[in-house]
Design a protein around this ligand. Structure first.
Ligand SMILES: C[S@@+](CC[C@H](N)C(=O)[O-])C[C@H]1O[C@@H](n2cnc3c(N)ncnc32)[C@H](O)[C@@H]1O
Length: 212
């Protein structure tokens, strides 16, 4: 299986972030600048897909959404519950069929959580999100850009175009061409390149809002 295991997310990523107080990124309200588009969503049902410890769950709840926070990592979900006791958490594997009805959700957010997969799985993920969204619903998110420097090391193996493996973990860096393929059935409302700081490191990314 070409993606990072649940053990990786629990025991390497979230254990490290939580135990070393590295979760400063939780204060970054990157969705705020898209408030006008997000406010237009009629149905206030949302899924925070790959929610981690709830950076965006909190923001969406504050804006009046009824949010299901889904993630692979029970360590992250437990921490999210501690931070936001009234949250609705669900253990979800993003690569699998999503446990929601067709046309049932107003907004799906995936912040830095869908850039770990082969193109085949990435296409499936985009299709599943589209199935679950209501007509005119929004898919909002951010993914790594191929403009990131220093991500490709001597021991990094390119498994397929823009999909890499090193030291036991997988990562995709997106370019515009791939986005154009993935979004051909969507109404692209926003597609910007931006930079943020995460875990003390500069991260070049794409931020997007797609409408079904
Ligand atoms: C870099 S973190 C981002 C977390 C959160 N969205 C945020 O903004 O802080 C990536 C998240 O994706 C989750 N994840 C990775 N692969 C997943 C999968 N196959 N299914 C569900 N969640 C997954 C990880 O557990 C982790 O919480």
């Amino acid at each position: 299986m070409q993606d990072n295991s649940q053990e990786y997310w629990n025991d390497e990523y979230w254990k490290y972030v939580i135990n070393n107080n590295k979760a400063d990124f939780i204060k970054e309200s990157w969705l705020e600048k898209f408030i006008a588009e997000i406010n237009k969503v009629e149905s206030k049902t949302a899924i925070d897909l790959g929610c981690g410890i709830g950076q965006d769950t909190k923001w969406l709840l504050d804006k009046g959404f009824d949010v299901v926070s889904g993630d692979f990592s029970d360590r992250a979900l437990n921490k999210l519950k501690e931070i936001i006791p009234n949250s609705k958490t669900m253990q979800i594997d993003i690569k699998e069929k999503l446990p929601f009805e067709d046309n049932s959700i107003g907004l799906i957010n995936a912040n830095l959580s869908i850039h770990y997969f082969s193109m085949e799985n990435t296409i499936k993920i985009f299709n599943e999100i589209r199935r679950v969204l209501k007509p005119n619903g929004l898919f909002v998110g951010r993914v790594n850009s191929d403009k990131n420097e220093g991500y490709i090391q001597e021991n990094t193996k390119e498994i397929e175009k823009n999909f890499y493996y090193e030291d036991g973990r997988y990562r995709r860096l997106f370019n515009k061409e791939q986005f154009d393929t993935l979004t051909k059935d969507w109404n692209v409302i926003v597609l910007n390149e931006d930079v943020t700081i995460r875990l003390g490191r500069k991260k070049a990314l794409w931020e997007f809002i797609l409408q079904k």
